[in-house]
Design a protein around this ligand. Structure first.
Ligand code: PXP
Length: 246
């Protein structure tokens, strides 16, 4: 029997729209409340070094006011570690971060950054925070995550979602399928995310050992046309359909 598949709703881009004008509207915490009512299993928020979307106050409010588990996406920096240890969110997903990038381009180099990451992963784990590493679907990266004692890997689905034709997409999906199998063999919990849409989510949801998908940009964009709750419910429906086929 396949495992339940959780939906983590990333609310970063509600904050992007708010910040385009300053002020308080639209409020990402209100979006998180709505996501909770619509059946999300968790809230994901990325506190970036430049605070381009989510702010420090948003994180405080998400921790205090929202009942769902918070997955804090963070760069592996002292500043972010201090913030994570202060709030002790349910989970922290360590992501690579470049100031000039538009979004998180590519996965974390867990292998090359091993020495830098090790104390950060250890300190989060000691504080009871479930650590995940956002990595490319590659054996070397998954093995490095295992050596770092991170209990979770999140596989970057960007290359799969951005594939230009069906052949490329099938090849990228195969990488994710194989990576999920490697993670399972090594005893790691496997998540996936980045760039997922109604059209791309089902084959990923069908991979039975992936237990969480983190989705944001598409849901917020689609909400402009159909409302946030409706976009979430449709994504959930497609996730369930994919899971049913897996
Ligand atoms: N997972 C991680 C680790 C991410 O960095 C992001 C983007 O912030 C997502 C999932 C969600 O990606 P998207 O907004 O493209 O759905």
């Amino acid at each position: 029997m396949s495992r339940p598949l959780r939906l983590g709703v990333n609310i970063d881009h509600v904050a992007t729209i708010r910040n385009a004008r300053g002020g308080r509207h639209p409020d990402p915490v209100r979006a998180a409340e709505l996501a909770a009512r619509a059946g999300a299993d968790g809230i994901t928020a990325h506190l970036r070094e430049d605070r381009r979307h989510i702010s420090d106050v948003d994180i405080t409010r998400l921790v205090c006011d929202i009942d769902l588990p918070l997955n804090l996406e963070m760069a592996a920096t002292e500043e972010m570690l201090t913030i994570a240890l202060r709030h002790k969110p349910h989970a922290a997903c360590i992501v690579p971060e470049k100031r000039e990038e538009r979004t998180t381009e590519g996965g974390l180099d867990a292998e090359g950054g091993f020495a830098h990451l090790q104390p950060i992963v250890a300190r989060l784990a000691e504080a009871g925070v479930r650590v995940s590493l956002f990595i490319e679907p590659e054996r070397a990266q998954i093995e490095a995550a295992r050596k770092l004692a991170a209990p979770v890997v999140e596989l970057h689905t960007g290359a799969y979602c951005d594939a230009e034709d069906s052949e490329q997409r099938a090849a990228q999906l195969q990488r994710i399928v194989e990576a999920a199998a490697i993670a399972e063999d090594l005893g790691l919990e496997c998540h996936a995310g980045h760039g997922l849409t109604y059209d791309t989510v089902e084959p990923v949801a069908a991979i039975p050992t992936i237990v969480e998908l983190n989705i944001g940009h598409f849901l917020v964009g689609e909400a402009i046309f159909v409302g946030f709750e409706a976009s979430l419910l449709e994504m959930r429906r497609r996730m369930d359909a994919g899971r049913g086929r897996g």
